[in-house]
Design a protein around this ligand. Structure first.
Ligand code: SF4
Ligand code: SF4
Length: 387
């Protein structure tokens, strides 16, 4: 197996070189549009290619692909020598209702992933709501014991919440080897990413970046914003700008990309092989594209699906995806944008459409982006009715 010329970083607290591009196993290729039905042949080829290119960080979680991502990770990665890859997975505090349940989940994860240790292990999204069961059932203490026993090499947490909540977690437990936060060029100034990054790096804690391409939104942008980037560099993909933006930051251990196709993987490998930081000129180009994109009014949904399932059957991320596509196409193809919206929206079943939203708000607390989902569902339902 060759090891490519993939950019790698070393942090003393991590103890080994980690590829600056990490493979997020939450948006793997699937069959027939079914999230749990991973396209094994394609996804396994992608894992082999990633390893060959020098990617050595793979990030899964209990909930990804409806609890099937860890199984895939185990089957795909166990074909390779254990020292060729680092595997990260996560404990979902919102599923834990006793100390015994946390232990049961951990044991199942070891079996699913075919490993006897995890290189990286995270408490998944320690936002305010998830923090309560995490503290109540002493999940940190349990995981720390697992680390002492050697079943976890590095212990961290991920978070989608305020800077205050992140700081609270950092202060309550002083031994964190890494922290995973959302960083991308759209949210840098608006969702507290910058301040969170600064706090972590001031404390010398390596940062794992999630959502660098904002669930794929920054790989398409709006036609006007995209043309600014394309004019500046016709060869570079839109995703490569987003990946480079995050990877450029010192203190970043790895940038996770949830890759769905071999093409996306190749594009990311190209970006991170012989990695080039953004120049001042490129940063100015990016500022121009950001201003244009923000003006489009796209809903900031990343497609993470944490809000699902909706008790009324609404396919929240898909509704937002279709509506965002309309919004970002509006300036360039106004008449056609509405027709395309109507056609794609009607491809949803009636129960998946926005008018079924009862504003129960069950989804709202699960959305890491803080989106007022019922409000938008109401607007989209009205819009669809008039289309
Ligand atoms: S607020 Fe609407 S979209 Fe959200 S869970 Fe309730 S019915 Fe579903
Ligand atoms: S609405 Fe929020 S939770 Fe649901 S997919 Fe979008 S970003 Fe994720």
């Amino acid at each position: 197996m060759s090891d490519g010329n993939m950019e790698k970083r070393f942090f003393a607290s991590v103890g080994r070189k980690i590829s600056l591009l990490g493979f997020g196993l939450m948006r793997l290729p699937i069959l027939n549009g079914v999230t749990a039905d991973i396209d094994y042949p394609t996804a396994e080829r992608m894992v082999g290619r990633a390893l060959d290119a020098g990617i050595n960080y793979f990030d899964t979680a209990w909930i990804y692909h409806e609890n099937k991502s860890e199984v895939f990770a185990g089957e795909a990665l166990s074909k390779y020598p254990r020292d060729k890859y680092c595997l990260a997975t996560k404990m979902p505090p919102w599923v834990v209702d006793s100390a015994a349940r946390a232990e049961d989940i951990f044991n199942q994860q070891m079996k699913k992933c075919h490993v006897d240790y995890f290189d990286f292990y995270l408490m998944h999204n320690l936002c305010t709501d998830n923090y309560e069961p995490a503290v109540k059932y002493r999940i940190y203490e349990f995981l720390h014991k697992k680390k002492e026993e050697g079943a976890i090499r590095r212990l961290g947490f991920s978070i989608h919440d305020t800077t205050e909540q992140m700081t609270r977690v950092l202060n309550d437990y002083d031994e964190w080897d890494f922290v995973q936060i959302q960083i991308n060029y759209i949210d840098w100034d608006t969702l507290g990413s910058k301040r969170q990054y600064e706090i972590l790096t001031e404390r010398g804690i390596p940062v794992v970046v999630m959502e660098p391409v904002r669930g794929g939104a920054l790989a398409s942008l709006t036609p006007e914003a995209a043309s600014v980037l394309k004019r500046a560099n016709p060869e570079a993909s839109l995703a490569s700008w987003a990946i480079r933006y995050a990877a450029d930051l010192p203190g970043v251990l790895t940038v996770l990309s949830g890759m769905t196709s071999p093409d996306q993987l190749e594009d990311n490998i190209d970006t991170m092989t012989g990695f080039k930081p953004l120049s001042d000129e490129e940063r100015n180009v990016l500022k121009e594209a950001i201003a244009i994109y923000r003006a489009s009014g796209a809903i900031p949904c990343t497609g993470c699906r944490y809000c699902m399932d909706c008790p009324s059957g609404v396919d929240i991320p898909r509704v937002f995806e279709i509506f965002n596509h309309y919004r970002v196409s509006l300036a360039s193809i106004p008449g056609l944008a509405r027709i395309v919206f109507g056609n794609t929206y009607r491809s949803l079943t009636s129960s998946e459409q926005a008018h079924n939203c009862t504003a129960c708000e069950v989804c709202v607390e699960h959305c890491p982006q803080g989106i007022d989902i019922p409000k938008y569902m109401n607007e989209i339902a009205d819009f669809a009715a008039s289309s």
